[in-house]
Design a binder for this molecule. Structure first.
Ligand code: DNO
Ligand code: MN
Length: 362
């Protein structure tokens, strides 16, 4: 596995490149042009500037997360073609800078959804929390106001411009079925995958978070059957997934390690994190350790290890610990602990497999 770390840029992150440099085994940054709205072309000069900053610390910029898909594409409106052309240009520009993987998602209106960004845990740490009943009874606008006012940083997926328009968006999605969304996804893929292939880019869709419909909006990348259906849409090398253990793991019926074992060669990018799922459907993000949550992280790492996984891995989110003031889910400390846990598991599996050889080398 090739360890990477998400970084939001010089002016938009509490974590510095100096700090990331000191986390063992991190080789690259997961990045985006966070000032660019969905649907805009990412200018090459701006992409090259991120590359320059990353390389000054010895990091690569192989993984982009995310180039967001404009709502008109998800809605299948005639204006989608214009935004798809822009998307193609962004693919070409990040490829020109050396990027290899583009993570994206196809969730209508909202990206990841939580009801509390700083839910207090028993040990005094805080973490991202989803309360099922609350979402069911909530006006989406209320959630947006609450989320954006508590966030301390602008958050990917919750860009103010997009959310201002909430009512119009909800109107536009009224009556849209999951099948409609599948069709619009397929249309998008048919346009962009050939370009991605030409430029040696792998497109890696992120699963829906949480993996069920929220506020009546359709969601389709939610479980193993849908991952299978998604992957069957194209045989092109560019067509893959970002396997996010925490997103799919919010539904205890999803067997994440099983999905990895089945589709490993279609997973260029992995997000690894744990969630503790309660019986009522609430869930809270926890430390990476299997014991601390509902997702068997040790088995997930084992599944990657079994196949000598060479894709990119990041710890996704972490809790907020040791009084760190940071973007929700994206502090330094708990993500660094997560990385060390992942390396610990990986090295132990390595040792179990090749132990004698390793000892003989000494
Ligand atoms: C959730 C996170 C998301 C992710 C985007 C990808 O698990 O990883 O914020 O970055 O949904 O488009
Ligand atoms: Mn994720």
């Amino acid at each position: 596995m090739r360890m990477v770390f998400r970084w939001f840029g010089k002016n938009n992150d509490s974590v510095t490149l100096e700090q990331i440099k000191q986390i063992p085994g991190v080789e690259g940054l997961v990045w985006a042009l966070h000032d660019r709205e969905a649907g805009e072309v990412w200018p090459l000069v701006e992409v090259m500037e991120v590359k320059r900053q990353a390389e000054a610390y010895g990091f690569h910029i192989d993984v982009v997360e995310s180039i967001n898909v404009h709502e008109d594409i998800k809605l299948g409106l005639p204006s989608r073609d214009h935004y798809i052309e822009n998307y193609k240009q962004s693919i070409k520009n990040v490829a020109a800078a050396g990027a290899k993987v583009i993570c994206y998602n196809f969730m209508p209106v909202f990206d990841w959804t939580r009801t509390d960004l700083y839910k207090e845990m028993e040990d005094g740490s805080t973490a991202l929390f989803y309360e099922n009943a609350k979402v069911k009874g909530m006006d989406p606008k209320e959630l947006v106001n609450q989320t954006t006012s508590n966030a301390r940083f602008t958050m990917p997926g919750w860009e103010p411009e997009r959310l201002q328009d909430l009512e119009r968006l909800f109107d536009a999605y009224r009556g849209m079925t999951e099948e409609d969304l599948w069709n619009n996804l397929q249309y998008f893929l048919e346009q962009i995958l050939p370009i991605a292939d030409q430029h040696d880019i792998q497109m890696a869709i992120h699963p829906d978070d949480p993996p069920w419909s929220v506020f009546g909006l359709p969601r389709i990348i939610t479980n193993e059957a849908n991952v299978e259906r998604f992957l069957a849409l194209s045989d092109r090398p560019a067509h893959g997934i970002t396997l996010c253990s925490g997103s799919l793991g919010a539904n205890p019926e999803n067997n994440i390690a099983g999905i990895i074992r089945r589709f490993q060669d279609r997973i260029p990018f992995a997000h690894i994190r744990n969630v503790n799922v309660h019986d009522n459907g609430d869930f809270i993000e926890t430390s990476h350790r299997s014991k601390d949550g509902s997702v068997d992280i040790a088995d997930i790492v084992k599944a990657y290890h079994e196949n000598n996984y060479t894709g990119y891995v990041r710890p996704d989110h972490g809790r907020h610990i040791w009084d760190e003031r940071c973007r929700p889910g994206y502090g330094l400390y708990d993500r660094a602990l997560g990385i060390m846990h992942l390396w610990g598991l990986w090295d132990a599996y390595d040792r179990a497999e090749k132990g004698d050889e390793i000892d003989a080398e000494k």
